[in-house]
Write a protein that binds this ligand. Sequence first.
Ligand SMILES: [Zn+2]
Length: 429
Amino acid sequence: MLMAHKIALNPNNTQATYFARASGTARFAYNWALAEWQRQYEAWKADNSLPKPSQAALRRQLNAIKREQYPWMLEVTKNAPQLAIMQLGEAFKNFWAGRAKYPKFRKKGVHDRFSLSNDQFSVKGSRIRIPNLGWVRMRESLRFTGKILSATLSRVADRWFVSITVDTEEPPKRRAENQGEAGVDLGVSALATLSTGEKVIGPKSHKALLKRQKRLSRSLSRKHLAAKAKAGLSLRQAIPKGVRLPVSENAKKARTRLSRLHARIANIRQDALHKLTSDLTRRFPIIAIEDLNVRGMLKNHHLARSIADMSFFEFRRQLEYKAGRRGGLVVVADRWFASSKICSVCAVKQDTMPLAVRQWTCPDCGTIHDRDVNAARNLLAFGLAALSRSTASSAGREACGEGGTGSGSRTGVKPASVKQEVSARTTYG
Ligand SMILES: [Zn+2]
């Protein structure tokens, strides 16, 4: 199974400068290839005898001209431009498959990164060796053993990380403790509610940090407005192309503080999700969840924050690969399944169930329900019913595919996919 381990780096100044330059080269190559791709595609549309663009052809094309036109590319590893163009190929593949949006141009300072294939680096203990750069210290050693496939170095806030992809041959994890099955409702008031009645509250520090984040971004936008005024632009005016606003030292500092805070919030979130999914897959061999219609929910402003915060897709991805390692099952209920409107005791469906209603009494059987626990119980019942149907006809297993967002409203019942640990954005070669 492919596993990626992301480790913080302690580069010296020379190394950090090299990373920044290699990221710049990767970004340039990616953007060059994307522009060229669009041009060649238009040309092909006009004249079908021309070749369609491809990442392999674009790599050859760039190789042929880089010595002449972009000699500075030779100052960093040849992997930086090459793998960036391969990633563009992946981005197009994901776009055609309906998994991602049309590839965008990379921007400086936004997820700066470059990748290395396994012949361009080696790992020993808590150090990674990159040709022409020497050993770079890592904050910990690689946790997985197996064949190392590739590495991506990326900047988060003002720190550098390496994500190393390993094809592990790890022994299967112990099976779940078998505390039965669980339905899990991801919610607004709690991070998750289980059919057992448990509520998992999200990280608490979060709210205070979000407040700080608001304050910092206000302070940064004040500095931005001040810079606009200084450049003689009116406050509402868009910045004309080619005009660069002066950036004060304080603005730089504020930006660093803000991006560090973003990174910290993301870490806290990711950590909470990992704990939740590890705990669930350790305890329950069968887990039923809902296929949230995230797009619909993001339109609802009240929900937008919490859904985005909890990153449902990340939750499902983690749950599936972790269950896969223990031979467990994740059952995904139809996204139109009315998990909160049905009474989990008498199965009568209510017409409406406004989000504000956190507790209700079933008019038909008199049971007092906690909204989220009721939803989790319905999900579990739905999941178990779907499972028994699919074991009756094993064809049901084939019916679901891998689709997360796109593929309609079928119920997915499947052994948790094993190959999901490394998502499309990191695999190649
Ligand atoms: Zn009832």
